[in-house]
Design a protein around this ligand. Structure first.
Ligand code: SF4
Ligand code: SF4
Length: 131
């Protein structure tokens, strides 16, 4: 199973950054409310910023810093972050497997939001990066 990674609503307010530590290209971003910038780190919480992007104000305002965002232009579909043992709440899916409510679409059984329509997050992942 492969595909661009999409972070969905189960991340909200969990945001333990386990996915950040397994991503080899630092394409998982956090929103810094103070500076208004999206930033990524090599190791979560290290304070060493690898990449930054400008967010789209309207789109980042939806969830702000309550979850993380994969930059879909930079994701290499390496599959590391959506292995079932990485995200404790099953929030990350390959794009083609994001649950849409249809039978058989669920990937990670730990996701408490299984069966909900998460296609919103596919578009949000693209829209939130303004540059
Ligand atoms: S997507 Fe999962 S692993 Fe990544 S920060 Fe959110 S809750 Fe943690
Ligand atoms: S699939 Fe790989 S490159 Fe893409 S966000 Fe996950 S760990 Fe990073």
């Amino acid at each position: 199973m492969a595909g661009i990674a999409i972070i969905t609503e189960a991340c909200i307010d969990t945001k333990d950054r386990a996915c950040v530590d397994v991503c080899p290209v630092q394409c998982i971003y956090e929103y810094d409310v103070a500076t208004g910038v999206l930033f990524s780190e090599d190791e979560a919480g290290s304070g060493v910023v690898e990449n930054t992007h400008q967010p789209s104000p309207d789109h980042v305002a939806v969830f702000a810093d309550s979850l993380l965002y994969v930059n879909t232009e930079e994701c290499t579909s390496c599959t590391a972050c959506y292995q079932p043992d990485v995200c404790p709440v099953g929030a990350i899916y390959p794009e083609e497997q994001v649950p849409d409510g249809g039978p058989g679409s669920k990937y990670n059984s730990e996701d408490p939001n299984e069966g909900h329509d998460h296609s919103f997050f596919v578009q949000l992942s693209r829209d939130v990066f303004a540059d």
